[in-house]
Design a protein around this ligand. Structure first.
Ligand SMILES: Nc1nc2c(ncn2[C@@H]2O[C@H](COP(=O)(O)OP(=O)(O)OP(=O)(O)O)[C@@H](O)[C@H]2O)c(=O)[nH]1
Ligand SMILES: [Mg+2]
Length: 459
């Protein structure tokens, strides 16, 4: 039983026009009644649910702030409990004073994510929706926001429920047959179960296919810009970032350390890394930079290999090429605005890479082609057009769905091999349990606590 009443500041602390203090629990209305005065002296009990009321927060006779008070009556509130939200003026002091007062009246400070956790425990939302609320808050691009929103709306929960029903109806039949061994065992029924399970596997596969794209949305594509000194790597970073983040000069060896920035290309998050131009060098600092560049290459998902079209292919380009084996590479032939010494055809022949784009960072030529190429490399076109559909972006969901799929496949295999029904029932129960981890139905308390502890305060 949740008997205590919790309070937290729901907005970011600092100077702003409003700051919201949220109270939830059985004593929320009582506490609000003690600290809130309306100008007409209406008593709190006369306020209706789902109303916003103007008035003051008072400590005895002393007015602390002028506020708007929103009232939500259980179960129709964010947490499913009685909730009061106080819209204070957004300064540090009014919020702090209001909080202190509410704590003094018997509320306790909420833990991170505790409001959302209560919504989950009260059955208002399932775990996948609760997690999506957190993803929504931390969404880095519009695309990740779309995905999070579709989960908050419960689209994933519906899909999981569909699969669950296939499992439960099969399980019900099997258990009935086990319970009444005299019942005739019908070949047709077992075929129906098998088809149910096959459909379940298909639905799971369809969801799991999206998890690659989901990973990209969650983590971003780690993209490293490499090339010998002075080819325009930092210029490219700046151009993609739309800011003069990195120092650009015509002196080779300008960038000496790794520089990392986040950007979004057509809604796809990327972590863009600029590196020190790789070349043999005696300069100690530059040498360390070059080592770091090599490490960055190893750790990245995608490499933008920049060449200078106004200079011919040399041993430095060659050395870098050799570092890029087994990597996803897009070759960029930069400085197209200058007289060209190195041609696209030559580069294709020397490097073996067919994806070579002639660009000019300074003159803004073909940078849209680069964006196209990135999206194409990751087959993300689909993702962009499909963004309002269900997409698995949470690794915990992915693992649970995968496990459920294996259980169903085992069940099908066991049916085919004519194994006893109680063995198949075990597979199905496992599948049900694994699916339930997505919605939180079958997770134990400590895991649930752990998940919510990663939430932010006041949510
Ligand atoms: N003409 C022309 N010059 C460019 C272009 N892109 C970059 N440059 C120039 O090339 C020089 C080197 O650019 P950077 O971006 O510093 O090159 P870098 O590859 O980061 O060099 P290091 O940090 O030394 O490895 C600068 O003078 C840039 O203005 C381009 O498209 N056309
Ligand atoms: Mg540089």
């Amino acid at each position: 039983m949740l008997t205590d009443t919790i309070v937290a500041v729901a907005t970011a602390i600092g100077q702003s026009s409003v700051g919201i203090v949220r109270i939830s629990g059985p004593k929320a209305f009582q506490i609000a009644g003690e600290i809130f005065r309306s100008p007409k002296s209406t008593s709190f009990v006369e306020f209706k649910a789902n109303t916003i009321n103007y008035g003051y927060i008072v400590d005895g006779d002393k007015v602390i702030d002028e506020v708007l008070l929103s009232i939500f009556k259980a179960p129709k509130s964010y947490t499913g409990e009685d909730v009061v939200e106080v819209n204070c003026h957004g300064g540090r002091i009014p919020i702090k004073k209001t909080m202190e007062l509410i704590l003094k009246k018997g509320a306790r400070l909420a833990e991170p994510g505790e409001f959302t956790k209560r919504a989950f425990l009260n059955g208002r939302i399932d775990l996948s929706q609760a997690e999506a609320i957190m993803d929504l808050i931390s969404a880095k691009t519009e695309l990740s926001l779309d995905v999070a929103t579709s989960h908050v709306l419960g689209k994933l929960s519906v899909k999981v429920q569909e699969i669950n029903e296939l499992i439960i109806s099969s399980l019900a039949y099997i258990e009935a047959t086990i319970d009444y061994p005299d019942e005739v065992f019908e070949e047709g029924e077992i075929l129906k179960i098998k088809n149910n399970l096959l459909e379940g596997v298909k639905k799971l596969e369809k969801l799991l296919i999206t998890s690659n794209a989901g990973k990209i949305l969650r983590e971003g594509i780690k993209t490293t810009i490499v090339g010998k000194p002075n080819v325009g790597k930092s210029s490219l970073l700046n151009r993609l970032l739309n800011s003069q983040r990195a120092i650009v000069t015509d002196i080779p060896g300008t960038t000496r350390d790794i520089l990392e920035e986040q950007i979004s290309i057509r809604g796809i998050p990327m972590i863009l890394v600029d590196t020190a131009g790789i070349r043999e060098t005696e300069d100690v600092v530059e040498k360390i930079g070059v080592e770091r560049s090599k490490k960055a290459i190893e750790e990245s998902d995608l490499i933008l290999f920049v060449l200078d079209g106004s200079r011919s292919w040399d041993i430095y380009d060659q050395q870098i090429l050799e570092l890029l084996q087994r990597k996803n590479v897009i070759v960029l032939l930069n400085k197209r605005d200058l007289k060209q010494v190195l041609t696209k055809e030559e580069v294709k022949k020397i490097t073996g890479y067919q994806e070579v784009i002639e660009i000019s960072v300074n003159e803004d030529i073909n940078l849209d082609k680069l964006e196209e190429a990135i999206i194409k490399t990751y087959e993300l076109k689909d993702l962009i057009s499909r963004s309002d559909e269900v997409l698995i972006s949470n690794i915990r969901h992915e693992k649970s769905l995968e496990a459920a799929k294996f259980n169903l496949e085992d069940a099908i295999k066991n049916i085919e091999n004519g194994l006893p029904l109680d063995i198949i029932a075990i597979d199905l129960r496992d599948a049900w349990e694994n699916l339930g981890k997505v919605t939180g139905q079958t997770l134990n308390k400590s895991i649930i606590d752990e998940i919510f502890s990663r939430f932010c305060l006041g949510k």
